[in-house]
Design a protein around this ligand. Sequence first.
Ligand code: FPP
Length: 229
Amino acid sequence: VSPDFTVQSTSPNAAAGLHVAVIMDGNGRWAARRGLPRPAGHRAGARAVRAIVEAAPSLGISTLTLYALSSDNFQRPAAEVSALMRLFAEYLGRESDALAEQGVRFRAVGRRDRLPASLCRVIDRAEQTTAAGARLTLRLAVDYSARDEIRRAVAAAPSGTDPFAGWPDVDLLVRTGGEQRLSDFLLWECAYAELWFTDRLWPDVTPQDLAAAVADFRRRDRRFGRIPA
Ligand code: FPP
């Protein structure tokens, strides 16, 4: 994937590269269309993650936040939730070294208190192994709820301080799988995000699709409430 753009965004973090957030929807339908169980769709989704992460820096992306499991997804059957937890642990166990070699810094976002201890350990290890990564920050949202994070940040912030200091603005929000909604993802950070939707199911998404989303984003006129120059 070759970059074919010049940076036009006036967002505060444009100089550092783009923050792209992705709602990876459609794994279940991908599996159903093939007569496979839903976890097979999630496994195919994990393969798609790998290619997207590899391609992101060449597209000018410096932060990539992937919605892997929402807090509301905990209402799904326990077997599906635990299959996802195992998949996250497998992915991180397998990929941490490769991520570090690619200059990717991994961070998990979301609650940790409902995750299995074994997954928490793999997350901690991946965060440590990749701590020096400077090409891309990969944030995986697991047991994540934007409303919950906002509530907690406000409650924890000492008075007179900004509860959201350091929360990176999203430049581009991508959702796959045909639905057009935010599903409690990065509600504060998406205040001025450009939105891009595709019907393609997540396991079928390729770096070319991400390149198309970024190219579309580069053509948009971001005004942040101001009048065009
Ligand atoms: C939404 O599709 C997807 C999820 C709830 C899980 C996302 C997980 C992955 C993409 C794979 C794992 C990622 C890593 C980093 C290992 P859905 O199940 O709601 O699909 P549907 O709408 O077609 O039912």
